[in-house]
Design a protein around this ligand. Sequence first.
Ligand SMILES: [Zn+2]
Length: 359
Amino acid sequence: MIVHLTGTLRGTDRSEAWIVDGRLSFTRPDVDSAGSRAVREVSGYAYPGLLDVHTHPGLRRSPEALETSEIRRRLEILARIGVSDVRDSGGQHDPNVAWEPGLPRVIHCGQHIARYRRYERYLATETEPADLPAEALRQLAVSGGWIKVVGDWIDREVGDMTPLWPRAALKDAVAAVHEAGGKVTVHAFARETIDDLLEAGVDGIEHGTGMTRDHLLEAAARGILITPTVRQIRRFPEFAASATKYPAYQQRMLAMDAQRREHLALMVDTGTHFLMGSDSAEDVGETNLTDELICAVEDGMPADVVMAAASYDGKRRLGLPFWAEGAPADVVVYLDDPEENIATVRTPAAVFIGGHAIS
Ligand SMILES: [Zn+2]
């Protein structure tokens, strides 16, 4: 089967491409040598596969192990919406155990690293600051090159959100991971957390709601990758409502919610190197990267920035190939231009993942 792809190819100067035996080509195939094989014409707005850098196919919220079939179910949903690549941003299971041809490739980040009782129950491997560098290396060893550290969370003794780690521990851990060739991304909601992350030289920041203009400018200058998780940020009033015993925390979350759109605009203005992440897990059937992209545009991010970050710019930032001659094809095609009508990301007209036709 040969696919002839025409229309608007985003992230490349080319105006057409072919998929021959699952591989991308920018040279018209010799139709005679291709024999009588059918040519499927696909036309529309094409992107080189989507990238969700913050979805958790291998995360569970209980002590029992996940079935491989459940991990595969989550990956299959991602494939259907055109996600060819995932960075899982933490999970107890490496989703690659469930991988098969036609499913997204996954950069596993190991398990979330947090301090004792300072994150959601069952999710994290818990350690104290002196052991953070060693734990970081343990998670790196089972990862696909990135690890995930929880940078701040509610401290019930303080009654507010506070950083988990002293700066020195973070610095040592990031240095150890870099020395071993890995990268570190950190969950951070609070302003107080960010100076330490910048000082430690982290590679990525998840959420980043507390970042000031100066933080964002510095992160942009250093090439730090930021995942705004817009849909997750919209849940801050819900987080506040469930923390009635902690008024300072409630106030902080509501204040950040009130600034939500302004803060996203500030991220755009300061030249942030965006990655897009849905922060989905077992709920990926109900809410996934398509919702994240729609929420991001609704909250004021330019749709071209959103789509680039969710596909070719994001892939470039993670060092992943796209539109590569001869490579197994990753393509998602829409009939409408998602940069004009973002809701069209919900209904791709064609999807190819790693050379396999999904639809
Ligand atoms: Zn997450």
